[in-house]
Design a binder for this molecule. Structure first.
Ligand SMILES: [Ca+2]
Length: 501
């Protein structure tokens, strides 16, 4: 609800006009033309050549609330038929676009690096595993990140939640990578109440380590609301709200468990309650946007960072009893794999009046977020390295055909996956090696391997993988893993030599 007594922070005619004056420079126009395939990139150009400044001022830069959940199963939302209660996320899906073929990377750091660079993780050395707590690497500092590009376009930028693309050096931290504000955790898997990873506190405000009481999901929601309440109305806002829910360890305040008396399995009950706790906080964020009159000019994007965990190998440090609770519906396998269950994630985009309610079936990948948001912001891509991302705004907002015809699931030295059209090749190269070819249109569950019957298609997709492998940076995880293992003290049992001497 927009209240007339409050400043409508969603419209910034004055700043918008100044921003657009800047965009009249020749280089900015060329860059904007290169990125804009529709939507809000184009009005900047139309205004420049057509009806003048008045028209441009009528197209303010939108606020962007970019919400990411952590390890959520594809099916684990109400609008995909789950018993898990997510009324706020469901409302966003019902009044916005459900993105039915939206891909992420199989694991956390990979997705976040891809999203914030607009480049596949094979380009940045992030294609293998996630940054371990003892890891020293981060997204290379010569990458120009999404918040930097949005800040350049005049945005106030804030990260509330999980970072996990570099924690060992301050130069990798969010404040040094384009975020005006950071509140949350640097690494991958924290205790949701103690905010610790491997016994070390991992809770920050900007560049300072802090200690606070409380459940992380609730604290993130509170902070996101505060960012909206204190937002400077002269600028558009980019709020990246990266929840740590429903990642392991499965922990939740008791009152949320009370929502699910019918679920007997403790892990599943807690997991469900964690998602509902997150949904509650998303509800508070929507209320805060309404209260400040920002909602009308705000794009909300929601997606998971990878599929739900279906193998104990990928539950992290936490012990999980019983069957693993995430549900990826009919999609095969889950987190850590390049099958659809690991990579095709629950996703939606919502902006009343700009995005029609319904399903958007075109292929999209998290790398597309970068050029799409920068295009909407009227910013430029002239500081980035060559992007893998494509501007998919026309597909989301106008039902145009998605420009994406290929998805690179991952390319690492021993496994790779690529999809072109409906054909997908999964190539596991470890001896003896396997090749699986799927027709995703006919077989979205990847049950029928068509490789033997289609050798030419297999060869074609293998060639594409070989081409990408030749372009890949060495996996940073491997260098660090060897260092971590090789620097461990001897594991000889204490006292052994005294006994045998
Ligand atoms: Ca994750």
């Amino acid at each position: 609800m927009t209240s007339s007594s409050q400043t409508p922070t969603g419209t910034q005619p004055k700043t918008g006009l100044q921003r657009r004056e800047l965009l009249l420079s020749a280089s900015a126009l060329v860059a904007a033309g290169a990125v804009a395939t529709g939507g809000f990139g184009l009005p900047v150009l139309r205004g420049a050549f057509g009806s003048g400044m008045a028209a441009m001022a009528a197209e303010p830069q939108p606020n962007i609330i970019h919400i990411v959940s952590d390890d959520q199963g594809w099916k684990d939302v109400g609008f995909h038929g789950s018993d898990i209660k997510t009324p706020n996320i469901d409302r966003l899906a019902e009044t916005g676009a459900e993105l039915t073929q939206f891909y992420a990377q199989p694991m956390c750091s990979q997705t976040r690096a891809a999203m914030l660079t607009g480049r596949y993780p094979l380009r940045t050395g992030f294609q293998t595993a996630v940054i371990p707590s003892g890891g020293l690497y981060g997204v290379p500092v010569d990458e120009w990140l999404l918040p930097q590009a949005l800040k350049d376009a005049g945005y106030e930028t804030a990260l509330v939640g999980k970072w996990h693309i570099g924690h060992a050096k301050p130069e990798y931290w969010p404040r040094q990578r384009g975020f005006d504000y950071f509140y949350g955790a640097m690494v991958g898997e924290i205790d949701h109440f103690k905010h610790e990873a491997h016994g070390e506190g991992d809770w920050y405000r900007n560049n300072d380590r802090i200690e606070e009481e409380g459940y992380d999901t609730t604290l993130f929601g509170n902070e996101a609301v505060k960012r909206i309440e204190e937002h400077d109305p002269s600028k558009p806002l980019y709020l990246y709200l990266a929840f740590t829910a429903p990642h392991t360890p499965y922990q939740v305040p008791d009152e949320y468990l009370d929502n699910y008396p019918e679920i007997a399995d403790t892990s599943r009950r807690t997991y469900a309650a964690m998602i509902t706790a997150m949904d509650d906080q998303i509800g508070h964020v929507l209320e805060a946007l309404d209260k400040r009159g920002m909602r009308e000019n705000t794009l909300i994007v929601f997606h998971s960072d990878n599929g739900g965990t279906r193998s104990a190998k990928f539950t992290g440090e936490s012990k999980v009893t019983g069957e693993l609770p995430p549900n990826n519906g009919s999609y095969r396998d889950g987190k850590g794999t390049i099958y659809e269950g690991g990579t095709r994630v629950v996703a939606l985009a919502n902006w009343a009046g700009k995005i029609k309610p319904g399903k958007v079936d075109g292929m999209m990948h998290v790398v597309d977020i970068y050029p799409t948001l920068v295009g909407l912001a009227g910013g430029t891509l002239d500081k980035t390295k060559p992007l893998d991302g494509l501007d998919v705004w026309g597909a989301i907002s106008e039902g145009k055909v998605s420009p994406r015809t290929e998805v690179v699931y991952n390319v690492q030295p021993w496994a790779a996956g690529v999809r072109q059209g409906d054909w997908k090749l999964v190539w596991q190269a470890l001896i003896p090696g396997t090749l699986e070819l799927f027709d995703l249109a006919a077989d979205p569950s990847e049950a029928k391997n068509l490789a033997e019957a289609n050798p030419a298609k297999v060869k074609e997709l293998q060639a594409r993988i070989a081409e990408l492998a030749a372009q890949a940076a060495p996996p940073l995880f491997m260098t660090d893993a060897f260092r971590l293992i090789l620097s461990e003290p001897p594991s000889t049992p204490e006292g052994f030599f005294e006994v045998s001497d």
